[in-house]
Design a binder for this molecule. Structure first.
Ligand code: UDX
Length: 437
């Protein structure tokens, strides 16, 4: 099939490249000239494991030619279906901001006015239930002068890609959710995903309506975020009793009904999805007149974790005027993304206590500097440099490399290490997440 993908963020780029890998012809449309040129040069505009190789294989002068990028919406006219992969940020009150989606839908509709054949639009971005039917579909239809269901099909296909393993997650899904309100649209979506379903060994294909597909995404993320907050809540109780929360988590994870994943207690969740999506579904539920108590509690526990980490630190050292090493700035290992990273509230709290902050992250330092150029943070060249003469250390991100810093910890001025991710093995003389000496 010939597909178009609007947006070249990490979702848009990943799916455009992966669809080319699956044998489709793909044009990626984005307003950013630089991104377009990068992709057309055969290079990946973002860092995702495995992405660069696939871009080189399918785009650029030496590629298969199945993938190209353009800033010109007209290119969409040649394609059968368009994936909308635009950002859905949150407003100050936590609710979803659909303005970028609306603008993209309007531009798409204006372009489609020149197309005679039926066209299928598939919303990939995470949007609040009913947004596809109430906002996006009518915006495209009005601008195109088309009738939904007749010469325009609009579907919803949520993504479950994790940053850092987006390509792997796309090519090996545990489920493919196809949301459509008419059969023709669902058939087109099924055809798009047929090669993926075949290649991935028949994962579950969930066929449903658009609003259910939209809700599945929020339920998925909300459940996982709540699972982490619940183990954090339990972990906090464990700490009061001097019990190792990780030993407890390992045991309960053996119960199939609970499962071993997402039971790592610590500083809590961050990133571009969990915080935004949880806030958005809470705001949307409230607007409908329902207070989602559990989801609100999940957010509250998450907000409290950095505060608890600092309390643990306070119990061992007064950091005012002292050198504190912050190990890890990314919201999780394997990415340079610092959006909603727990490093931000940790650093804010350290600064408020008058600590001299020296931070190290293998890849995220540049992004942290860009996020807050005025922050009083010294950036170290290595974890060893950050720990040199430090009076205390807080581990914020569970990078593997932080697990083997034994000698460097020994050389600290005062060995107070609060491990917010349980990446370092417990030992006497230090303070760790999960267990306190
Ligand atoms: C998430 C979802 O997993 C993905 O399906 C969705 O499409 C986008 O959002 P991502 O934000 O890339 O993906 O990160 P993920 O690996 O899910 O981790 C989210 C946060 O939870 C991170 O800050 C991580 O450190 C934290 N986490 C995860 C824990 O604190 N404990 C755990 O046990 C697991």
């Amino acid at each position: 099939m010939y597909l178009s993908v609007i947006g070249s963020g990490y979702v848009g780029t990943t799916i455009a490249v992966c669809f080319a890998e699956l044998g489709h012809d793909v044009v990626n449309v984005d307003i950013d000239q630089e991104t377009v040129e990068t992709l057309n040069g055969g290079e990946a505009p973002i860092h995702e494991d495995g992405l660069a190789d696939l871009v080189a294989e399918h785009a650029g002068p030496n590629g298969t030619g199945r993938l190209r990028a353009t800033t010109d919406y007209e290119a969409i006219l040649e394609t059968e279906a368009t994936f909308l992969c635009l950002p859905t940020p949150q407003r100050d009150d936590g609710s979803i901001d659909l303005s970028i989606m609306r603008a993209g839908a309007a531009s798409l509709g204006e372009t489609l006015a020149a197309k005679d054949d039926r066209h299928t639009v598939i919303v990939k971005s995470t949007v609040i239930p009913r947004s596809t039917t109430d906002t996006i579909a009518p915006t495209v239809a009005d601008a195109a002068g088309k009738t939904i269901g007749a010469d325009l099909g609009v579907g919803m296909n949520p993504e479950f890609l994790r940053e850092g393993s987006a390509v792997r997650d796309f090519l090996n899904p545990d489920k493919v959710v196809l949301g459509a309100d008419d059969e023709q649209t669902r058939d087109v979506m099924a055809a798009v995903f047929e090669p993926l379903v075949e290649r991935a060994g028949n994962p579950a294909v969930v066929e449903t309506d658009t609003k259910t597909a939209e809700m599945i995404k929020y339920a998925n993320n909300g459940f996982l975020a709540t699972k982490i907050s619940l183990i954090n809540d339990i972990g906090n109780v464990c700490k009061e009793f001097g019990i190792d929360a990780y030993e407890v988590a390992d045991a309960i994870g053996l119960d199939d009904r609970i499962g071993e994943q997402f039971l790592r207690s610590g500083l809590g969740w961050g990133g571009s999805c969990f915080p935004k999506d949880t806030n958005a579904i809470i705001a949307a539920a409230k607007a409908e007149g329902y207070d989602p108590t559990m989801l609100e509690a999940a957010v509250e526990v998450n907000e409290h974790q950095p505060k608890r980490l600092l309390e643990l630190l306070d119990a061992h050292v007064d950091v005012a005027g002292k050198r504190v090493a912050v190990l890890g700035l990314a919201f999780k290992p394997g990415t340079d993304d610092v959006r909603n990273s727990r490093a931000v509230p940790v650093i804010e709290r350290l600064a408020a206590r008058g600590a001299e902050i020296v931070a190290y992250d293998p890849v995220a330092m540049e992004n942290m500097r860009a996020l807050d150029p005025d922050a009083d943070i010294a950036y170290a060249d290595s974890a060893a440099d950050a720990l040199d003469r430090a009076n205390a250390c807080v581990v914020v991100t569970d990078w593997d490399a932080f697990a083997t810093l034994d000698e460097e910890f020994e050389r600290m001025a005062e060995q107070v290490v609060v491990d917010g991710r349980r990446v370092v093995e417990p030992r006497r003389g230090m303070t760790y997440e999960g267990l306190t000496w």
